[in-house]
Design a protein around this ligand. Structure first.
Ligand SMILES: Cc1cc2nc3c(=O)[nH]c(=O)nc-3n(C[C@H](O)[C@H](O)[C@H](O)COP(=O)(O)OP(=O)(O)OC[C@H]3O[C@@H](n4cnc5c(N)ncnc54)[C@H](O)[C@@H]3O)c2cc1C
Length: 212
């Protein structure tokens, strides 16, 4: 069976999320394949704020050495640590200097591409240059999932659909995520709710039976 996750918004937060999903996929996956749908009208990585088509005169207000989307030993998280360059290292610029917004776009795009390129076999990332609408309420006349019209699903079928086939990850960090829980915990919760992966496999994927 395959599964799908939709990531709405492909700015820095969405890019981090895709990086963590790809980095953890091998451990978390009980499926032979995972489709990650990344939805944003702007290209992934920079997203809306860090668009490439901005004047070089617009600078960041964070120093280049302070900007990174990669994990290192200072990051407390489950799953693999995947170190990478800071913005300053990637640009080869003064660590205390300030990069332009287009330069930051280059860095963020690189992180996104790198995450996708190093995703394990079976993980496919699809980029949709589109704006997600009506997430809470579907108003389309037809919404097909695996050839079946999901609008005609009853409560039980809809519950099976949510999480098991399609996951939506909201990115307003202040209200959507609990800072004390890892992204792995968030994903594992969906797996538990829908019993997609046997419990033992989930425990192993999250760092061993002792953590169950
Ligand atoms: C002009 C400006 C300058 C900034 N400068 C700095 C700075 O120098 N340093 C710093 O640390 N922070 C800065 N910030 C803060 C900035 O918000 C964060 O750095 C960072 O961009 C937040 O990342 P994010 O992915 O959470 O949100 P965003 O970057 O806002 O990304 C959200 C993405 O979601 C997409 N989206 C929204 N709704 C939908 C939808 N319905 N369907 C599909 N896609 C959708 C948007 O197109 C966007 O690409 C700045 C913000 C602005 C606006």
């Amino acid at each position: 069976m395959s599964a799908a996750i939709a990531v709405v918004g492909a700015g820095p937060t969405g890019t981090c999320l895709v990086e963590r999903i790809c980095a953890n996929a091998a451990d978390l996956l009980g499926w032979p394949s995972l489709d990650v749908h990344v939805i944003d009208p702007h290209p992934p990585g920079g997203g809306r704020v860090w668009r490439h088509d901005q004047p070089d005169l617009l600078w960041m207000n964070s120093t280049a050495a302070d900007v990174t989307l990669f994990t290192d030993e200072s990051v407390r998280c489950e799953g693999p640590i995947r170190p990478g360059p800071t913005l300053a290292e990637w640009l080869g610029c003064d660590p205390g200097g300030f990069a332009s917004r287009p330069a930051q776009n280059g860095y963020l795009s690189h992180v996104f591409r790198q995450a996708v390129a190093t995703a394990p076999r079976g993980v496919r990332v699809h980029v949709h240059a589109a704006r997600a609408v009506d997430l809470a309420e579907v108003t389309a006349s037809r919404f097909a999932v695996n050839g079946r019209d999901a609008l005609r699903f009853g409560t039980r079928d809809r519950r099976r659909l949510r999480g098991r086939f399609v996951g939506l990850v909201f990115q307003d960090a202040l209200t959507s995520f609990d800072p004390l829980r890892t992204v792995g915990d968030e994903i594992a919760e969906v797996l538990a709710t829908h019993d997609v992966v046997p419990r033992a496999a989930r425990r192993e994927g999250r760092g061993g039976g002792a953590r169950g």
